[in-house]
Design a protein around this ligand. Structure first.
Ligand code: SF4
Length: 149
């Protein structure tokens, strides 16, 4: 298990190792706007609007076992679909490892602290609100747009 992300190819990760890659930040559970495709790709905006199943304190899914049936947009990140998930946050461990990059210093596999990613992103959670409480998403944008391919 030691440093598997440094020594193994992504296709060789076991299911357990694949799951361990997730840093628990929860940022993929926040709604994002993706605008229509342009010359440089699509523009994406991050919002503070969270999935209704997300615990806004722990950033963990409160309905993990049933998440795919209760949230139609929820999907499992797999080795196969990862290249298409360009909307994942740039800090997402799956994106980084998939692109042959290093895990960030705040990743729990580096820090051995399961809350280190949550602590790193704590400012991002300040204005978190559940989707069911929101009428206009555009009022909850919290980041500048970035391009995705
Ligand atoms: S953004 Fe990536 S690392 Fe963070 S919770 Fe989602 S899948 Fe895990």
């Amino acid at each position: 298990m030691n440093n598997f992300w440094l020594t193994k190819k992504i296709v060789d990760f076991t299911e357990q190792e694949w799951e361990m890659l997730c840093d628990g930040c929860g940022l993929c559970c926040y709604q994002q706007f993706i605008t229509s495709r342009g010359r440089f790709g699509s523009l994406i905006y991050t919002t503070s609007v969270a999935c209704n199943q997300l615990d806004l304190k722990t950033q963990l899914c409160t309905n993990y076992a049933n998440r795919f049936s209760v949230e139609k947009d929820c999907l499992k990140i797999t080795k196969d679909n990862l290249p298409n998930l360009t909307w994942l946050p740039p800090t997402c461990a799956y994106r980084l490892i998939g692109a042959g990059k290093q895990l960030p210093k705040f990743h729990p596999l580096i820090t051995h602290d399961k809350n280190s990613a949550k602590n790193h992103f704590k400012d991002r959670y300040k204005y978190a609100i559940h989707m069911q409480k929101v009428k206009k998403w555009e009022e909850y944008i919290i980041s500048y747009a970035r391009y995705v391919s």
